[in-house]
Design a protein. Sequence first.
Length: 235
Amino acid sequence: MKYLQKILISIIIVFISSCSPKISTNINNSYSPLDYKKEVIVLGTSQEVPKNAEVLGQIKIGDTGFSINCDYDNVINKAKIEARKVGGNAIKIIRHKTPSPFVSTCHRITVRILKIDNITFKEENEIILDVDYAILNIYRYGGAIVGYDLHLGDSVLCRVRNNFKTTLHIKKEGLNTLWAKTESKYEVPINIEKGKTYYLRCSLKMGVFVGRPKLVLVDRKSGKVEFDSFKAKHQ
């Protein structure tokens, strides 16, 4: 009986391991681990690395073929954890492969681990443009091919397709709701102010038939990195 239990536990461990994204690291140098509460800054593919940055190594996060929980936020967080282990306080994305229906459902990234002295993580003051509209940057990484209409209140803003991004000017001010619907409806509230810039990350979650939309308003700092670094097929 104990022998069978050991076999069952081993199978469960192997299954759980195979469901996690594949992580490989190549470390050149390391320092004392960074506290888990410390922020790790993310530099997108189009952002320059400070001249005083030391490269500690490289991380690749990929797909085992059975991986789950490998959306963009999760793989970035895993990269941050690996960076903290060797004392890195920043990561630079050098390669980002988005999900593809025929290749992988995972985000696959390659990043360099950086240690940057005297780095600060203060949020830059938000620039308010002197215009009569708000800027809404909308993006959706690759994945399921099912598209859906994005609404603002009663109006249709655009058709959100696979591997897509666009920038819209919104003239309607005040509290409103961004929403989309396939087999179910997903809503996110937004308070629109003229002159401000917003970032909306769209995706499609698993559903019974065609999947369910998911909408996330991303903070300016992260949203700019994600939007500027993402090369979409459809714009």
